[in-house]
Ligand binder design. Sequence first.
Ligand code: ZN
Length: 409
Amino acid sequence: MAETIIKIDLNQSPYENEQIHNRWHPDIPMASMVKPGDDFIIECHDWTGGQIHNNDSADDVRDVDLTQVHFLSGPVGIEGAEPGDLLVVDILDIGTFEESQWGFNGFFSKQNGGGFLTEHFPEAQKSIWDFNGMFTKSRHIPGVEFAGLVHPGLIGCLPSKEMLAEWNKREKELYDTEPDRIPQLAALPFADTAHMGKLTGTAKQQAAAEGARTVPPREHGGNCDIKDLSRGSTIYFPVYVKDGGLSVGDLHFSQGDGEITFCGAIEMAGWIHLRVNLIKGGMEKYAIKNPIFKPSPMAPKYDDYLIFEGISVDEQGKQHYLDVQVAYRQAVLNAIEYLKKFGYTGAQAYSLLGCAPVQGHISGVVDIPNACATLWLPTDIFDFDVKPNADGPSVKVEQGADLPLSKDK
Ligand code: ZN
């Protein structure tokens, strides 16, 4: 069995572990060193570092401290890695901890983070998912069970000083266009809750003040939330600093395309087994700006779908110009209204679309003025026939507990 080079304790605060960090900065010291060709195991907290609990109240989702996220394990240094190289990462396996066979999904309150449909679901809610081997189901969403497509939501290498400065500059410029907006337009550096791994003293304070938040995906990969980046995938990362500095976290048991619920997929703590190699000078050789990857030879097989269309006309009937985000939102809303006819609440349907192996596709981006996006709902995850027929939706799911709801304070 490969060596576990980063260990965590689920009962310990991630702030007490110097192999964990929650900002991107080139000065964060390597948590561990490996060689090209090595394979090793890294343990990871869930993205909130244990702020969300396996219970029937959404108060923890309402009160989550989003300045603390994401807790990442790393950075792992790769001997010989230099700026301009490509770091080849094979995801050999991902697993759960025996004592933590569950995950969570939720949507934040509009006042604290929001989400894709925050105007429709402004209050914090959550669903808990129990793992049974490779399958999962939720006591908060009846009538469904599916296989997990397990993946890291967040993985990437440390940025260089110049790249970090560029990130901070452009995100501040966007933020400043509407500084009072709720939810905010971008998450800016915030020193108070920064955890900079092994850094201490003045060096830590300095790095904490400018360390980039982990929320958005960027040129290095980062928080891409790509469900198909699952175990068995091979990723090619640009290297920007000496030794590379690979960090990973935000493990997901399953997620629908778009991670529409934001808190998030089915979020879990767990471990990831990786192998690393280098392609010297690979960024230039292959014109790589953002990471590229090869998907796994194995994936859950759901090949029957109900596909919902959406166009870039919003809920108020306003015409937008080729806006793919508006179009995908309409496809999602159409799917939610459809599922409500089978007895689901809107919140249950929304949560399900954030968790299940739902596909999102961009169909057309040229047919002015409407973009067209589609949401692909796998039909085999339901324990009843979810397709339309002449008699109408005769099956109603047996309603147990709805999603725990938490009013804004
Ligand atoms: Zn996540």
